[in-house]
Each structure stands twice: as C-alpha cells, then as structure tokens.
Design a protein. Structure first.
Length: 165
C-alpha cells in the first residue's frame, strides 16, 4: 500500500495540486489523504470505504481508477493472506466478547424457536389409536348374530303356532 500511496502522491504533486485542495475537492480531511498517501491502512476503520476513497482519489488525479483499485486489491490480498488462523480466532473471540457486553433490549433480542418433540410422538400414536377404534367399531357392527341352525325349525314352529291360535 505504501508504493500505491507514493504513486498517488507523486501524481498529485506532478499535477500541481496541493494536499488541502485535493482534500477539499474530494470532501475528505487532509489527514485522510495523508494516510492514503503514506499507506497507513490502520487509520481507517473500514477497508471498503478506504477502497472507495482510493478509487475517488485516482479518478480525481486522472488515473485509471480500475487499475489503481486492482493494485489496492492486490495489497489487501497479500496483507490478509498473511494473517494466521490464531489471529483470526482471537479477533473472533474479541468480537464475541463485544457482543456479550452489549446491552440488549427484550424487543431486539432474536429468540430461537425450538420445535417441541411431543407432537412428533403424540400425533402418530393418536392416529394409530383412532384407526384401531374405528376398526373395532366397524367389525362389531358388521358381525351378524350367530344363529344356531338346529334351533331354526323349532323357532319357526313356535312362531307359526303363536299366530295360528
């Protein structure tokens, strides 16, 4: 980033533009432009906004902004590929600690909704019991009364005798 900053500074000076004039035209502070030209990336909180500042600055100086941004992206890739996994984990732990310290309103807390397990057990058992009950009712209704065929002639005879007298 230092080489890119020096290139931007050299271009600004060769164009005869002062630091204050460039800062005023770009609506940036002179300290921001000084940090860009010195390659001080840590002075910026957000790398993406820094990228936009570099793009605007390159365009302002009459350079090809895409080429300058490609150089900036190359620096970012080179810089971030050197970060160890331990550093990444440590940064993640710090971020989690910050999250824990935040005061949370009961209105903004995201609640995780857990699915209860009882419907997955109760509903199938209830359906099986319902089928068993329906089967028992239907089987008892369809059952014809057991008639003894030996008693049939005697019953007919009694029935006929009742009406003949």
């Amino acid at each position: 980033m230092k080489e890119l900053g020096e290139y931007l500074k050299h271009t600004r000076v060769s164009n005869g533009v002062s630091m204050e004039e460039a800062a005023e035209d770009l609506e940036l502070s002179t300290s921001q432009l000084e940090n860009i030209e010195s390659g001080n990336v840590r002075a910026f909180k957000d790398v993406y906004s820094l990228k936009q500042y570099v793009r605007q600055y390159a365009k302002y100086l009459g350079l090809d902004p895409e080429k300058v941004v490609d150089e900036f992206n190359g620096f970012l890739f080179e810089h971030t590929s050197k970060i160890s996994l331990d550093d990444i984990r440590e940064a993640q732990r710090k971020l989690e600690k910050k999250e824990e310290k935040k005061i949370r309103s009961p209105y903004t807390i995201e609640h995780k909704k857990e699915m209860p397990i009882w419907p997955f057990i109760f509903i199938p058992i209830a359906i099986i019991m319902l089928f068993v009950i329906v089967y028992l009712i239907v089987s008892t209704l369809n059952k014809a009364p057991a008639v003894d065929t030996e008693l049939m002639p005697k019953l007919r005879e009694e029935y006929i005798n009742e009406f003949t007298y």
